[in-house]
Design a protein around this ligand. Structure first.
Ligand SMILES: Cc1cc2nc3c(=O)[nH]c(=O)nc-3n(C[C@H](O)[C@H](O)[C@H](O)COP(=O)(O)OP(=O)(O)OC[C@H]3O[C@@H](n4cnc5c(N)ncnc54)[C@H](O)[C@@H]3O)c2cc1C
Length: 447
């Protein structure tokens, strides 16, 4: 294995990175990240795969990873273009005999690996299992027998021994003598930089360094002991761990988070909150294995069910929902927060998803795609899995969730404090869902 190529994806970290350990068996190493043009083109659902907020965060992750690599006389080569042809060309140019990457359930990633393997049968391709907490072999069941509900999954894995972290690397193979330098050229299809979103004046800062610092800070505080009591609050930096963004980009690993929970429990005691936090990590885990198990069904209208839902696509309703201009103030505030920050609390996500599907009767995939574009913590398995769950085409044994918006407002925003954070006096609720009535006459909208 003389020459290796490490295709870096959602694993933007030096620590607890098995792929880098395997790379050490080679003489020369090329670390590549491909920023694919397709991410910034419209998807089938009127959204782009990546919006500007996540792109901002990702750029900071790439800068940080490059700096970490430079400590080992290595560098990250960033290419803008098409992923498959870039990998194919680099494999030829550098006479690559081994490709390393992180195994990801997304159908896009696995299709690229399959095509690369088909066109380069002599190259050893290794997809390392390190985006998940467990490996497939360590699951106490075959993937084909993955439990059909989270609660059954949880019962089977809850007492599973946690995987150890991999030791820190001490060295990396040489760069190629003719290593290309990442050019400063930026193609015109990249979004323009815009300000990062802040929550309680704290901005999400991309990269392993910021992610590790946040992980340490969170578990050095007593916040994990109170997690269950505050996690459903709609706003506030401290109301949940805020680890999802770094987890989604692989700046921190699920194994590292699980270890921190264990250490916290041995120092301060286990309680309902620390248990609850671990269970949330297991929700993430469940959705990853579910996606591995069902593949492209993750993105289908009927999801895991046999019948398609009765919802449809109403462009006007969808656009009102996206811009936070529905008849529901709480939903509008959440949608404004999502657009402004790239983040939304779990409770907020549930409320707006339920509204789109149940009140607005819109095809859930448009909402999932809007989240994909706008969330900085976008994770394919978790996002589409949660949308399916709420829409009743996923693994919810109760067949979908309908959140009563009035009740949710009474419970989580009784004094409209959250709404006043995101709505201004210029924001009006549209009383009518549609501008046209059933016979297509314009409806007069009273304000
Ligand atoms: C419709 C919808 C779409 C979602 N899309 C995403 C997404 O694209 N990316 C994403 O990371 N999360 C998504 N979630 C899950 C959840 O809302 C976020 O993980 C959470 O709000 C992130 O904040 P946190 O890190 O402070 O979470 P915490 O409450 O502190 O939870 C700790 C960790 O547990 C995991 N987790 C928490 N809630 C869930 C959940 N409901 N499902 C699976 N894992 C969970 C996350 O990894 C999170 O970082 C979605 C939820 C819904 C309802």
């Amino acid at each position: 294995m003389k020459n290796a190529l490490y295709w870096v994806t959602n694993d933007l970290r030096i620590n607890d990175n098995t792929a880098l350990h395997l790379a050490n068996k080679s003489e020369n190493l090329l670390c590549v990240y491909v920023v694919d043009k397709a991410w910034f083109s419209p998807s089938n659902y009127q959204s782009k795969h990546m919006g500007v907020k996540r792109w901002n965060f990702l750029q900071a992750c790439l800068d940080d990873f490059n700096q970490q690599l430079s400590r080992f006389n290595q560098q990250l080569y960033i290419v803008y273009g098409d992923t498959l042809s870039t990998l194919n060309n680099l494999c030829d140019q550098y006479e690559i005999s081994r490709v390393l990457t992180t195994k990801h359930p997304g159908t896009y990633e696995s299709a690229i690996l399959t095509k690369l393997g088909d066109s380069k049968p002599n190259i050893n391709i290794t997809a390392v299992e390190q985006f998940t907490l467990f490996t497939q072999a360590s699951l106490p069941f075959e993937l084909s027998s993955l439990p059909g509900s989270y609660s059954k999954f949880k019962k089977l894995v809850i007492d599973q021994a946690l995987p150890a972290l991999v030791p820190n690397i001490k060295k990396l193979p040489n760069m190629f003598a003719s290593m290309p330098l990442t050019s400063s050229f930026r193609p015109d299809w990249l979004p323009e930089k815009e300000g990062d979103g802040c929550i309680d004046k704290v901005a999400f800062e991309g990269g392993e360094s910021a992610g590790q610092l946040h992980l340490k800070n969170y578990f050095s505080s007593m916040l994990p002991s109170d997690y269950q009591n505050v996690r459903n609050n709609l706003s506030g930096w401290d109301n949940s761990s805020k680890l999802s963004t770094w987890l989604a980009h692989g700046c921190i690993s699920a194994r590292q988070v699980a270890q921190e929970i264990l250490t916290f429990e041995s120092n301060h005691g286990k309680n309902k909150s620390t248990e609850c936090l671990f269970l949330e990590l297991l929700w993430r885990e469940y959705f990853q294995w579910l996606h591995f198990s069902v593949g492209s069904k993750t993105y289908q209208f009927k999801g895991l069910g046999v019948k398609s839902p009765l919802t449809s696509f109403y462009p006007e309703r969808f656009h009102k929902w996206c811009s936070g201009n529905t008849p529901y103030s709480l939903v509008n505030a959440c949608m404004k927060e999502l657009s402004a920050t790239g983040y939304l609390s779990n409770r907020g996500r549930q409320i707006v998803a339920s509204c789109l599907v149940n009140e607005l009767s819109v095809d859930w995939r448009y909402g999932a795609a809007w989240f994909e574009q706008n969330l900085i913590d976008y994770d394919a398995a978790v996002n589409w899995g949660n949308w399916q769950y709420i829409s009743g085409v996923g693994t919810d044994p109760r067949g979908g969730r309908h959140f009563n918006i009035t009740k949710q407002t009474e419970l989580y925003d009784p004094y409209k404090e959250y709404q006043s954070l995101w709505l201004t006096s210029a924001d009006h609720n549209t009383d009518a869902l549609d501008s046209n009535d059933a016979v297509d006459w314009p409806v007069s909208v009273s304000r």
